[in-house]
Design a protein around this ligand. Structure first.
Ligand SMILES: CC(C)(COP(=O)(O)OP(=O)(O)OC[C@H]1O[C@@H](n2cnc3c(N)ncnc32)[C@H](O)[C@@H]1OP(=O)(O)O)[C@@H](O)C(=O)NCCC(=O)NCCS
Length: 393
């Protein structure tokens, strides 16, 4: 290794950034000019792995949060993982991820989340499936609501603080949704190579909902409306926004957005004129077990004391016995408990933590060991709405 050039760190200087842009262009089949622009935007969040001073792999860590039962848990999203084509197949990505996770844990992040292009790589460093992203495709002809009681207008730049506040109120009620930072907001407002048009609805108390839509042209002048964001805080806002989408039905055949498998807005439609499709299971890594368990919320009215034991190869602090006490919607964790009644590794714990897999489901595939009584207790503590993410990163 060249002196002063650590194996892992931020890109240093124009040469490193050019190497990152080249790796990204080739990894994601992006025109080189686009990858240069992307690298400029993401520069502060980019990390690289070097060998003899040369950059051979890169990843981006995006600081944000994730909501569980109304509480924000600090989370670092991982994106833009790429290895130079000539350096693949000899452990560079694994080394890069290990370094990145060490850094993120050191920075105080409790969780990390990513969309995997290959699972074995991420499983090896402690990630596991922990939630989903669905596509909701609605036939526009069925959105004939004629509901116009709330005022609807285009979003102006000065509306941004109110929009972000409305998003946050909404997201905090949805299991697993992001507390977005500037990186994800940029993807909502400025989707790559497309234009997002924003519209909001307001009532007496201000903004009640909004959406950002991208008009995609299809054959014979027809359109598909893709929503990069769709938020309704009140039933009236939901109906008004669906009406507004229906106002496009002369040319738009379908309206598409992403989110959870069960979207309450679909209950407003008279018939099942929609399709819901799984796009991806995202993976999560618990970086700091006590922080993750104490900063999330729990169902109100549920209480119990759970003894469990974890194994985490990468972070020994996460290994060993814990006691989790849940009451009043909060969790408290302490060490100890010796003869644990429930055991799993850090990957199975990720699936349990978000409520993606029940203890019974994990036990059925051999990912968790526990007796029946402990499985029942863990089920009450960790069950909740299916965790979902509308956003990609
Ligand atoms: C996927 C990628 C990052 C792997 O980099 P790498 O340095 O070759 O990975 P490693 O050598 O650390 O391999 C770790 C594990 O990942 C998996 N893996 C590696 N390359 C893979 C590939 N091309 N396709 C599918 N899985 C792959 C293997 O399970 C491997 O373990 P094994 O060698 O014991 O079988 C690299 O091929 C790449 O940049 N691909 C294009 C961009 C991309 O897909 N990025 C991931 C976005 S989430």
């Amino acid at each position: 290794m060249e002196r002063g050039r650590p194996e892992f760190g931020s890109p240093e200087g124009a040469e490193d950034l050019a190497a990152v842009a080249d790796i990204i262009a080739q990894a994601f089949a992006m025109p080189p000019a686009d990858s240069v622009a992307w690298v400029e935007k993401a520069a502060a969040n980019i990390r690289v792995l070097r060998e003899q001073g040369e950059v051979l792999a890169t990843a981006t860590a995006i600081p944000m949060g994730q909501f569980f039962f109304g509480q924000r848990v600090s989370m670092a999203g991982i994106g833009g993982v790429g290895v130079a084509p000539s350096a693949r197949g000899r452990g560079a990505a694994t080394r890069l991820m290990r370094h990145a996770l060490q850094e993120l844990r050191g920075m105080g992040f409790a969780l990390s989340v990513l969309y995997p292009a290959t699972q074995p790589l991420y499983r090896r460093v402690g990630y596991e499936q922990a939630g989903a992203r669905f596509e909701i495709r609605v036939q526009a002809h069925a959105l004939d609501f004629s509901e116009r009681s709330l005022q609807l207008r285009p979003i102006k730049a000065s509306d941004q603080p109110a929009i972000q506040e409305v998003y946050r109120r909404y997201a905090s009620t949805r299991q697993g949704y992001l507390d977005r930072g500037p990186y994800v907001w940029d993807r909502v407002l400025h989707p790559r190579k497309e234009t997002a048009y924003g519209f909001l609805v307001e009532g007496a108390n201000g903004v009640e909902g909004y959406l950002y839509l991208v008009r995609r042209s299809k054959v014979d002048l027809q359109q598909e409306l893709f929503l990069t964001d769709f938020v309704a805080l009140t039933p009236a806002a939901g109906r008004r926004l669906l009406s507004f989408l229906g106002d496009h039905r002369s040319l738009a055949r379908e309206v598409v957005w992403t989110g959870a498998q069960v979207d309450p807005l679909l209950l407003l439609l008279p018939e099942q004129t929609y399709q819901v499709k799984l796009l991806f299971h995202w993976m999560l890594r618990v970086l700091d077990v006590p922080a993750a368990l104490e900063s999330r919320g729990y169902p109100q009215g549920v209480s119990g004391t759970l003894h469990f034991e974890l194994e985490d190869e990468l972070f020994p602090d996460n290994s060993g016995s814990f006691i989790l006490e849940v009451s009043g919607g909060a969790g408290h964790i302490r060490r100890g408990g010796g003869n644990s009644l429930m055991r799993m590794d850090i990957r199975a714990f990720a699936s349990l933590y978000t409520g993606f897999m029940s203890p019974e489901a994990l036990r059925s595939v051999g990912a968790l060991v526990a007796d029946d009584a402990t499985v029942r207790l863990a089920t009450t503590l960790f069950s909740g709405p299916a965790p979902a993410l509308p956003d990609m990163f």
